[in-house]
Each structure stands twice: as C-alpha cells, then as structure tokens.
Design a protein around this ligand. Structure first.
Ligand SMILES: [Zn+2]
Length: 613
C-alpha cells in the first residue's frame, strides 16, 4: 500500500555544501589557502603606492589599488564563508570544543583582513576628487562605487597611521577599559528583593529585566526600586565611565577632523543628518499615537497612568497560540504564497532543501539568525522552534532576512553589504506579511484576533517612545559633556527630563526611571555611540513599505525587490529615492510611516473597549 501521509517536514539543516565534513580535507585545504593568500595580500597592500593624481602618471597606482581592493573583497568573501560555517556549527552544538578552537583561530585570521583594509585606506587618503573619479573608472571597480565611497569617507577622517596605531593600542587599557569596568560592575551587581510573603532574596542584576515583565505589579515595583538602589551605590563609577567614553570620543573626533558627535554614528548607520532630524521631528510630533497604546495598558491594569516599572508588563489579552513545526511552516507558507508568491516559492525551496535548523534539543545556543555564504551563495536560518506563535513569527522574520540575501546574491560581494539601518527592513516586512495572513485566515476567533492585534502593536512604544527618549538623553548628554564632566545628579535630571518629554502624562509623575542612564548597557558601548536609532529607522521604513504594499498590491513587489537590490549599492536616501520615489529627508515621509500604525492601534482600542476593560 502506498504511503499517502505526507512525510514530516525537515527540522534540521544540511551544511554539506559548505564542506562535506568539519574535519575533512576540503575544510583544511580551504582554510590553508585562505591563510596563505591573506599573508600574500597583506604584503602587497603594504607596498601599495598612494592614489594621488588623475593623470597618466597615476595610472599604475590606480590600477594597483583597484586590484588590491578586488583581492581584499575576494578574501573577505572567503572569510565570510568560514565565519558563516563555524557560526552555524557552534550555534547548533555549543558544546563542541573542536569547533570553538577553530572559531578562535579564525578570529585571528579575520583580524588580518582589517590590516589589509588599513593599507587600502592609507593609499586612498591622498586622492583628491579628480584622482578619485579616475580611480572609480577602473574596470576592477565596476559595481563597487558605493563600497569604495564608504572607504574614502573613512580614509579622509583618519589620523596619520602612527597616531591611529597609538590610539588603537591605548584603546585597550583606556577607551575600551571603561566598557569593561562597567560590564564587570553590571555583571557582579545584585539587589535585595523583598517578596510579597516578606521573604528576601539576593537577585543578580541580569534577572531584573525578566522580573520587570512579570504580571505581578508589586513584584515589578520591588525589582525596580531595589535594582535602582543597587545602581545608585555605583553612581560615581558609572558616571565616570560614561564621561570617560564620551570624552575619549571627543578627543578622537577632533584629531580625526570630525566636526559633530553625530557624524560617526550617521556614517556607520549610512544615513544623512537631514534624514535623522526629519525622522525624530516626525516622531516628536506624533508621540500621542504610541502613548495611546500605553493608555490602553493603564486601562487594562486599572490605573490612571503607568509607572516606569509597568512599561514592560504583559498585556494578557488572549492566551499564546500553540503550533507544531509543520503547522508553523504551513502558516508562513500560506501567508507568503497568498501575498508574495515569489517569496512563497523561495520559502518552499529552502524548507525542502534543509536550509533551516529549528529542532529543539540540548546544547543549542539561544536566539535566531540568518547567515549566508558569498562563496556558495546559499542562505541558512538558525532558530529553535519551541511551539508558540512567537517562534512562527521568528521563522517569518529570518526568512525575510534570507530573501533579502537571496535577492542580492548575484551581485559582487561588496555590493551585497548593507547598513544596519536597512538590515531589519526585509525581515520586518516578512513578519508583517505573516501577521496579515494570520488575520485573514478563515474562522479567525475573536481571541486569536485580539492576540494578533496586541502583537502588532506591542513593540510600537519601544520604537516610537523608548528609543527616541534614549536618543534625546544621549544627545543632550554629549552636548553638555563637550563643556565638561557631567555629574551623576545632572545625568539623572537629563534622563528624567527626556522621559517626561517623550512619555508625557501617561507616565506617572515621580514614577520615572532616573537611573536608566546607569542601568542601560547600550550607553556604555565603546565601539558605537547612539546605538539605538537604526532600529526605529528600520521599523518605520518597513511600516512605510507595508503600507504601500497594502495600497498597490502585487504591483508594488517588483519595486520592493529593486529597493532590496540597491541596499548594498547606494546610501539609504538614494536606494529609497531611486526605487520607490520617496524622499526620506522629508518629515512628511516619516509622519506617513507613523500614521500607518494607526489602524492597528484603533483595532486594539476597539478590542479593549468591547471587553469592557
Ligand atoms: Zn532580524
């Protein structure tokens, strides 16, 4: 008798296209070839002449630079192949010590790539506009203009090589030591939690966030207050770290010729100052929309306003829907098929080809990611499917990332790299297709609908209130720091003022978090200041894309794919303008993107009112 039951869908991935086996001769040969070629390329790069003139006298230097760039690009792609492979292996089996040893060895090789880049920057730095234009005409740089432009922007703001080397050496025990000091304090910090039954418990600070999202309000309040007492005891040290980090940055910015403290964060995010200003202006003019979501939270809780420790509280509108793996895959599949058939075909193919690792088993690392190899031009998705709707959303999210990579996969490697501001666009767009698909399912129960609407709106206050609040605080802190050291008291004042301004009356007076500047680790990153705003940028851009898709239907999708293909070849502004015709330097663009969230907020209000809450 024929077996008519469909075979269960694969739940583990196949990595054989990277290498047949981890310990096999192919892996060793690839790694050894990479190491040998790295050493040769570095020696050549150190001998690169400077790109100085646009005339024939500079022709040899231009050709040499273009050739060295192509070699660097090829080595970066081969390095990315190894990084992706070992990343997959170590995530899927965190206990494999042989993989960890290879990973550590690879990190040293990848650091050599940085040295080649430093030489490319050195040789590019003296190029004036004419020499640079002549360089871009080199055949080896066809399709690489945007990437070379980013290198040039970096090169212009370099100190002489000896000073950069000194800054890097001093950074280990200076600049970066502030971050380590903070992380050491935060890692060891505990607080005394008094529970409702009167017992006391010493709790590590790492567990505070989980306590702040518990349904028990008294427990949240206790964790909030006791946690802040612990931070207050380290106020001087935290303030010294924050002032030290910003002070060092100012010194380096001045030496490198950077005029404003936002210049580097903007360069890293790949957006212009006008775009950032337009986005925050539109958000500030529309605080009321995300505040309405918080007001519903207060209403459900039965309080007139929310305290800071209520912001992370669950809003239990409906129980968490459960899914088997096959049901989860089917839900994503039918949502993609209905709204975006090409994405549906791609998803069907990667499920069958075993490009997804989702099995729940021991020794897997937490979290989820999409990875890919520029060598095989294949993608992989890593996650652990635990059987809830949140895992189904994660699957759609990572599939969106993989689709973005796939759409770029025939471009030269350097044209496939996109800025962080554009990184979450395709993933959030795919998430929205899934949620829309689930909301359109026949026989949707009111409970399921309430859950989905809650899920759609749940993160909005984080993007449109919390992250803008952090930005305002960091901006004002940096502005005051330019004039001198900012005291812990003043840091608290700046923090409370930013919270009052952004959250408004929905945040209970006196129930702000004056110690957020101390407890939020993001403010203490040495490598990146103003860490958070690209997330809000990506969230709003994907809202705008989804709204346009709802208006135009299938006609929109070729434009969407054209946009994805530009993400590694143009600035955010140019990529959006060329393919979608939008000007993201205009406040109106961002205001429209925010308004696209309004229907979901209204649906949530109707659900809460209908329940008599
Ligand atoms: Zn993502």
């Amino acid at each position: 008798m024929a077996n008519t039951a469909a075979a269960p869908l694969p739940q583990t991935w196949d990595l054989a296209s990277y290498f047949p086996t981890f310990a096999g001769p192919e892996f060793a040969a690839f790694k050894n070839g990479f190491r040998t070629d790295l050493a040769g390329a570095l020696a050549q790069a150190e001998a690169l002449p400077e790109v100085k003139s646009a005339d024939t006298a500079g022709a040899d230097a231009r050709a040499a630079w273009a050739g060295a760039f192509a070699v660097y690009e090829d080595l970066s792609a081969r390095g990315a192949h190894l990084v992706s492979y070992l990343g997959c292996l170590s995530a899927a089996n965190a206990a494999d010590e042989a993989v960890q040893a290879e990973d550590a060895a690879l990190a040293l090789l990848i650091a050599e790539l940085g040295k080649i880049k430093t030489q490319l920057l050195r040789a590019l730095r003296p190029a004036d506009d004419a020499a640079y234009a002549a360089l871009l005409a080199e055949p080896a740089l066809a399709g690489a203009g945007h990437s070379v432009g980013l290198l040039r922007a970096e090169a212009v703001y370099q100190m002489p090589a000896a000073l950069e080397a000194l800054a890097a050496d001093l950074g280990v025990d200076g600049f970066k030591a502030w971050t380590r000091l903070y992380e050491t304090i935060a890692g060891k910090l505990t607080f005394e939690l008094e529970k409702s039954d009167g017992t006391r418990e010493t709790v590590p600070m790492a567990q505070r966030q989980a306590l702040l999202s518990q349904p028990d309000r008294a427990l949240r309040r206790a964790a909030f207050e006791a946690g802040n007492c612990a931070w207050a005891a380290h106020a001087d040290t935290c303030a010294a770290a924050l002032n030290g980090l910003a002070g060092t940055r100012f010194t380096l910015y001045a030496r490198r010729g950077r005029g404003h403290f936002l210049d580097v964060p903007l360069h890293d995010a790949g957006v212009a100052r006008a775009t950032l200003d337009a986005m925050f202006a539109a958000i500030a003019a529309n605080y009321e929309l995300p505040r309405r979501i918080l007001k519903l939270g207060a209403r459900i809780q039965g309080t007139p306003t929310l305290a800071w420790y209520d912001l992370g509280a669950p809003r239990p509108l409906a129980p968490l829907p459960a899914y088997t793996w096959d049901e989860g895959v089917a839900a994503v599949q039918s949502a993609f098929d209905a709204a975006y058939p090409k994405l549906g075909d791609y998803f069907r193919r990667i499920v069958r080809a075993r490009w997804i690792e989702a099995e729940k088993r021991a020794n897997k690392r937490g979290g989820a990611f999409q990875t890919s190899s520029p060598v095989t031009r294949e993608e992989r998705i890593y996650m652990t499917f635990g059987g809830t709707i949140n895992d189904v959303v994660t699957l759609a999210h990572e599939a969106g990332h993989a689709w973005h990579t796939h759409v770029l996969s025939d471009l030269r490697p350097c044209a496939r790299d996109y800025a962080m501001t554009l990184a979450e666009t395709a993933s959030t767009f795919a998430e929205q297709i899934l949620v829309r698909g689930l909301l359109a399912e026949p026989g949707l129960t009111p409970e399921r609908r309430a859950f989905l609407v809650d899920m759609e709106t749940g993160h909005v206050p984080a993007y449109l209130l919390n992250i803008p609040m952090r930005f305002i605080f960091e901006h004002r802190f940096h502005a005051e720091r330019k004039a001198g050291v900012v005291s812990p008291t003043r840091l608290g004042e700046l923090m409370v003022a930013a919270q009052r301004e952004v959250y408004g009356e929905v945040l209970e007076l006196g129930a702000e978090d004056p110690w957020f500047w101390a407890s939020k680790q993001h403010f203490y990153f040495a490598d990146v200041a103003f860490y958070n705003f690209p997330y809000t940028f990506g969230f709003l851009l994907s809202q705008a894309l989804a709204a346009q898709f709802r208006r135009e239907g299938a006609e929109f999708l070729p434009k969407y794919e054209a946009f994805l293909r530009e993400t590694g070849r143009a600035s955010c502004e140019d990529a959006v303008r060329r393919t979608l015709g939008w000007d993201i330097r205009e406040t109106q663009f961002w205001a429209d993107a925010i308004v696209a969230v309004a229907p979901a907020v209204e649906a949530l209000e109707q659900i809460v009112v209908a329940r008599g809450q």
